[in-house]
Write a protein that binds this ligand. Structure first.
Ligand SMILES: C[S@@+](CC[C@H](N)C(=O)[O-])C[C@H]1O[C@@H](n2cnc3c(N)ncnc32)[C@H](O)[C@@H]1O
Length: 366
């Protein structure tokens, strides 16, 4: 097929073809019992599917329509899956993974992210910090905007964003995360790097145990889209921000092919403990960034959101001014990346949603 300009109207795009293929993959995977060999097969095949799609995703000159291309990748993955099923007869016993059915969504994420965030070498960690320096920079937020501000980072992971906020002259940053290992890693890294003004605390984003109207700047960078109850977390953010204070928000957009693949993967692997999936990934000699990315893509559960609907929700929480931000990297699904690709809307849908939102001077919930 000759590449023509893709369809720029999101609502008119029919994604049912490749989504049906993903449903078939999920159906076939569900019919293969989770023996050790089957789980190894599922993990490997899905990891390869994600990486193969990513190679096409970043290609700005795809010879075929991306839906056609991704359908063919999913078909390959399905055939591989069925071939792994054939050979599970060779297993010593039909022992199954016990699964993590007893884990709630958040307990699963707690387990997962503690495995993802603590494996960073010093060089990789410094690279992550500079990534957030750059994100603040491209959005004009490190030119005095944050100077002297009191910040809180909801779900700070290993603390990379907190360092970038201090580099942008924030007075202090409280990083909060429910992963004990994440917080320990973040605190040890801050000590090692001699960074002051940073505090990392183990705790829930729903109840930060901090005073009301206290912070000038809050961050939720890729956290609330994993939660059971987003409304409750935003209510807490509104509570602790001072009126007129700002919040950096990054949440997943909707209708992107990578997200559809990711959702299918996390459903296929949902009964497997993240530590088991990570054990198989760890045999693959992946770079730290890829290990993080695949661990997240295979295991984490995301809520996808449309921009307009999202801003309406933010208004209902008590935010009143909004500025769309950019991620600043070619691998972010930003407007310029989408527009520079003939199939940008088909591939990336609404794109990443990064917003700077201001807490209204008089908020409905305070
Ligand atoms: C995708 S990571 C993002 C980390 C960090 N914000 C960043 O951008 O580098 C999500 C983080 O949120 C944390 N998290 C998820 N649910 C949480 C909750 N209910 N309370 C506190 N932390 C939570 C996880 O432990 C994880 O570190």
């Amino acid at each position: 097929m000759c590449p023509e300009k893709g369809n720029q109207n999101l609502k008119e795009i029919d994604r049912s073809g490749y989504r049906k293929r993903l449903n078939q993959l999920e159906f076939d995977a569900a019919n293969i019992p989770n023996t050790p060999m089957a789980v190894m097969g599922k993990t490997t095949i899905l990891a390869v599917l994600i990486m193969r799609w990513e190679l096409l995703m970043v290609d700005r000159a795809l010879p075929n329509h991306p839906f056609e291309s991704v359908e063919s990748l999913i078909r390959d993955a399905n055939q591989q899956l069925l071939s792994w099923k054939q050979v599970t007869f060779a297993e010593r016993s039909s022992q199954l993974y016990a699964g993590n059915l007893s884990l709630t969504l958040e307990a699963g994420h707690k387990d997962l992210f503690q495995q993802l965030w603590v494996e960073f070498s010093e060089a990789d960690y410094l690279e992550r910090i500079s990534r957030y320096d750059h994100r603040l920079n491209v959005n004009g937020l490190n030119n005095g905007f944050l100077k002297g501000s009191r910040c809180i980072d909801f779900g700070c992971g290993h603390g990379n964003f907190a360092h970038a906020l201090r580099n942008a002259e924030a007075a202090s940053v409280l990083g909060l995360d429910f992963g004990q290992d994440n917080v320990a890693f973040a605190a040890a890294a801050a000590d090692r790097l001699g960074s002051t003004g940073l505090e990392f605390v183990e705790g829930s984003v729903y109840a930060t145990r901090t005073p009301s109207d206290h912070f000038d700047f809050a961050v939720q960078n890729g956290v609330f889209h994993h939660l059971e109850d987003e409304d409750m977390a935003y209510a807490e953010a509104i509570r602790v921000l001072r009126p007129g204070g700002w919040m950096w928000i990054y949440t997943d957009g909707q209708d992107h092919i990578a997200g559809d693949i990711q959702d299918t993967c996390s459903r296929i692997l949902r009964d497997i403990e993240p530590s088991t999936v990570m054990r198989y990934l760890d045999t693959m000699n992946l770079s730290t960034g890829k290990r993080y990315h695949l661990g997240d893509s295979l295991n984490a559960v995301y809520r996808h959101t449309g921009y307009d609907e999202f801003v309406e929700r933010l208004q209902s929480y008590g935010f009143d001014e909004f500025q769309r931000l950019t991620g600043g990297y070619a691998t972010d699904f930003d407007a310029d990346v989408i527009l520079s690709d003939p199939w940008g809307v088909e591939k990336f849908g609404e794109g990443d949603i990064r917003v700077l939102a201001r807490k209204a001077e008089s908020s409905p919930r305070t």
